[in-house]
Ligand binder design. Structure first.
Ligand code: SIN
Length: 482
């Protein structure tokens, strides 16, 4: 059997694409573990959108300023122009965003936005609410525990995917393949991502010669609580700062004012780098303080953070929380055109964080990622339906291999990789460290390792190579001259 569409990933981009695919299409959606193990589920802050047509120009400008104009301007324009309809479309189908006292949409502010334009749901659980809405309304087949270990790709045509489903090989042929598998979080020691997000698909792309772009552009979220045993570290949403939370040192000094006129509301890369620099120079711990909030307001506006931090032993908003930057989002990814089709291919698409539409440039503007997933999934599906590409799987000649997912020595190398990425390919980069990292990765690649680690290493290698090739600092890619 040949599916019309296979979608890899059940985050906002994948589920939203499924929503636009008509029921007479045979569609299979696969995810690595459970459908909610994706970054969308954990997104707190919200969905950015132009508030009205008059706001498009400013939303575009804010996105370009945050991205240091490395963005693809056409993609940014498309994102903002489609944002109002994307939100209306969701709300008309029953998605509920928070309202203010007057019953209007409660737009909030986040860093580097010139005005309030972020929609949120259940206060600080926007991703979870959006994910639940999309999953509940998903009319196509979703299969969990399915790891994509290869793409059936040859000469610009993707014939589907090779899965390990519940540990068994399964080949799925599809006329169109939509990759929506997310970024690379788990290759960093400290990150805010779902543990399923590890850059495997990007690794397959390296192997197959499918183009990647801007891979050095890794975003570090400034306000993350690291002191938990979980691999995924606990985010303190940027919306907290939008509503008045402050970053301070041990003495309560708001040092960010020394780094940027907008202090806590400067673009994310600047805030993360300032925290890194200040704590390195002074040795001070850094905190997020909520002293501007009343308890009543805090509990209502950030109910999940209130509850989660209560369980971690913090009485918010009265206590401050120690914070650090941690890896959060990959701006780079699979190089796609304005219709989300992977460049140089006929029927392979990429949407959401796995893709590089060019929307984010060198640093993503807060809350533009859920929006990107919504907007480009719709564009992608409309285009693919019109193209109506059909594979002839008899033409697919590549030998399908059996892969061993994991091997005995993988864990030690995986941890070494995560440390290496954090210390040498992180917030501040030194050219010689990047060169040394590449050598180290090449050594690991020569070890007897499992398929998943092999793919992660290929992804890491492409990030490092891109970082070495970009000689000048820009946005999230910061090279320290020594
Ligand atoms: C946050 O809530 O701070 C994260 C939002 C985002 O990554 O855009």
């Amino acid at each position: 059997m040949i599916y019309d569409y296979i979608i890899v990933g059940t985050g906002v981009a994948g589920l939203s694409a499924a929503r636009y695919l008509p029921l007479d299409k045979k569609v299979l959606i696969v995810c690595k573990k459970s459908p909610w193990e994706c970054n969308t589920f954990y997104a707190q802050g919200g969905v950015a959108s132009a508030v009205d047509h008059n706001d498009i120009e400013l939303h575009v400008k804010d996105t370009l300023v945050a991205g240091v104009e490395l963005n693809d301007k056409k993609a940014v324009q498309t994102l903002s122009e489609h944002s109002i309809d994307a939100i209306k479309d969701l709300m008309n189908s029953g998605m509920k965003f928070d309202l203010n006292d007057k019953g209007n949409l409660a737009y909030t502010k986040e860093a580097a936005h010139s005005r309030n334009r972020i929609l949120h749901a259940d206060g600080d659980a926007t991703g979870r609410e959006l994910h639940m809405f999309l999953l509940k309304n998903c009319k196509h087949e979703v299969v969990a525990d399915s790891i994509v270990i290869d793409l059936l790709y040859e000469d610009g045509v993707c014939h589907g995917v090779h899965l390990l489903q519940n540990g068994k090989d399964r080949i799925v042929y599809a006329h169109n393949t939509i990759l929506a598998s997310g970024g690379v979080g788990s290759i960093y020691r400290y990150h805010t991502n779902s543990t399923t997000i590890a850059g495997d698909i990007q690794g397959i792309c390296v192997e197959k010669g499918i183009p990647l772009k801007d891979m050095e552009m890794m975003q570090f979220h400034p306000t993350v609580f690291l002191d938990t045993p979980n691999a995924r570290k606990t985010l303190l949403t940027e919306a907290l700062r939008g509503e008045g939370a402050q970053i301070e040192d041990e003495e309560g000094f708001r040092f960010l004012q020394k780094y940027h006129k907008d202090a806590e509301l400067a673009p994310r890369d600047i805030v993360s780098r300032a925290i890194f620099d200040y704590s390195q120079r002074t040795g001070s711990k850094i905190y997020l303080s909520f002293k501007n909030f009343s308890k009543r307001f805090f509990k209502k506006r950030f109910p999940n953070i209130y509850k989660n931090f209560m369980e971690l032993g913090f009485d918010l908003p009265f206590e401050r929380v120690p914070i650090s930057p941690a890896f959060h989002y990959s701006m780079g990814g699979i190089d796609v055109d304005i219709n989300a089709r992977v460049k140089g291919t006929k029927n392979l698409y990429a949407i959401g964080e796995v893709a590089c539409t060019g929307v984010h440039g060198a640093n993503r503007l807060a809350s533009n990622s859920l929006l990107e997933g919504l907007v480009f999934s719709k564009i992608c599906v409309a285009f693919a339906l019109k193209e109506d590409f059909k594979i002839d799987f008899k033409n697919f000649n590549k030998i399908k291999k059996h892969f061993i997912l994991q091997k005995a020595g993988d864990k030690a190398i995986k941890n070494a990789l995560r440390n290496l990425m954090w210390t040498k390919v992180g917030i501040v980069r030194i050219n010689q460290n990047l060169i040394d990292s590449l050598d180290e990765i090449n050594l690991y690649l020569n070890e007897d390792i499992g398929r998943l680690l092999f793919l992660r290493l290929l992804t890491a290698k492409s990030i490092i190579k891109s970082a070495i090739n970009r000689k000048k600092s820009i946005g999230a890619h910061y090279i320290k001259e020594i």
